[in-house]
Design a protein around this ligand. Structure first.
Ligand SMILES: Cc1ncc(COP(=O)(O)O)c(C=O)c1O
Length: 327
């Protein structure tokens, strides 16, 4: 994606990927491991989903499934929709996104600014929660428009394929494979793309999946969740547990604590799933050997959570057991 011959980029989409890897010295200052963060917030649309959106769209265009003037349809809690909105805008494609009440207002404004149309689903499906309700709406839109195309981040193998590159960048920038990789999960595209790369290259890295409490990805029962981005109300089509070392469940309160810890210690304002990843690392770090190298993927920017995770009133109102978080 980066142009290696000249110091400028030919188009904004060429700035997707090749995000910085940052050493986190202060996060767990007493720890004896080396911790690095893959800063996906540096993507032009602000999240790791810029990579997925670009890959899904270019793959479809190159294979004749999508052409200028067509309509892209996708279900998204926000970041994928923003990645798609930017990519569609660039390629002259229309975009219909299906969202649920967990999406925040700022994301809606960003999607609209890029020209995307918002379709709201306001109640969960009886089985499969909001995700299933959004997918049902996607099918309705596809049926009503013959020039529409579903990128299908939940089932399109180009999603995990995208993240072989994400893992490649981590290994390249680190100069070696990390001993541990912590990655948040929703479609499991990120997790499995990284895990597939590790398997293909015979790397030593142990993959730790970080899932939301109340998400069903690892077979536990569905529950109320307030932080968008990670977790899912439906099983992942990509997940291969054989390639994963273990998984950690993080509740909303822990997720918020992780966000504030990262902000206070490293001056990084990150999104909810990054807080979950930080908290998961904190939970496991005492069992990780001295001197081990840990890479964690921080999926998005914190600016999109200023009215929620970083708003004391919202936290008090919505995360009932969270009084001690905002110190
Ligand atoms: C902030 C954030 N973190 C994590 C994820 C999970 O990524 P994946 O769908 O690749 O599992 C997403 C997905 O939308 C996200 O928006």
């Amino acid at each position: 994606m980066t142009n290696t011959h000249q110091p400028w980029y030919s188009r904004i989409l060429d700035t997707v990927g090749h995000t910085p890897l940052v050493r986190l010295n202060r996060l767990f200052s007493e720890s004896h491991q080396r911790i690095f963060a893959k800063m996906e917030s540096f993507n032009p649309g602000g999240s790791i989903k810029d990579r997925t959106a670009l890959q899904l769209i270019t793959h479809a265009m190159e294979n004749g499934k999508l052409k200028e003037g067509d309509t892209v349809v996708e279900s998204s809690s926000g970041n994928m929709a923003i990645g798609l909105a930017q990519t569609c805008k660039y390629f002259g494609l229309k975009l219909e996104v299906v969202v649920d009440p967990m999406i925040n207002n700022q994301n809606i404004k960003i999607i609209k600014a890029y020209g995307g149309r918002i379709n709201f689903v306001d109640s969960p499906a009886q089985k499969g929660g909001y995700l299933q309700a959004r997918l049902d709406r996607v099918q309705e839109i596809l049926a009503s428009n013959p020039r529409s195309f579903w990128t299908n981040q939940y089932g399109n193998n180009q999603n995990p394929a995208t993240h072989r590159q994400t893992m490649h960048e981590i290994v390249k920038d680190l100069g070696e494979a990390p001993d541990y990789l912590f990655a948040a999960t929703s479609t499991c595209g990120t997790l499995m793309g990284c895990a597939e790369y590790i398997k293909k290259h015979g790397l030593k890295t142990k993959v730790i999946a970080v899932d939301a409490e109340g998400s069903v990805i690892f077979g536990t029962s569905a529950g109320d969740r307030k932080i968008p981005g990670h977790g899912a109300g439906r099983a992942s089509q990509f997940l291969d547990k054989e390639l994963i070392h273990s998984y950690v469940k993080i509740d909303d309160q822990e997720c918020i604590k992780g966000c504030h810890k990262l902000l206070d210690s490293e001056a990084i304002l990150c999104g909810g799933s990054s807080g979950a990843v930080v908290y998961a690392c904190q939970k496991l770090i005492s069992s990780i050997p001295y001197g081990a190298t840990i890479a964690m993927i921080l999926c998005d920017r914190g600016e999109r959570y200023l009215d929620t995770i970083y708003n004391e009133d919202w936290v008090k109102k919505n995360i009932t057991t969270c009084e001690t978080v905002l110190i």
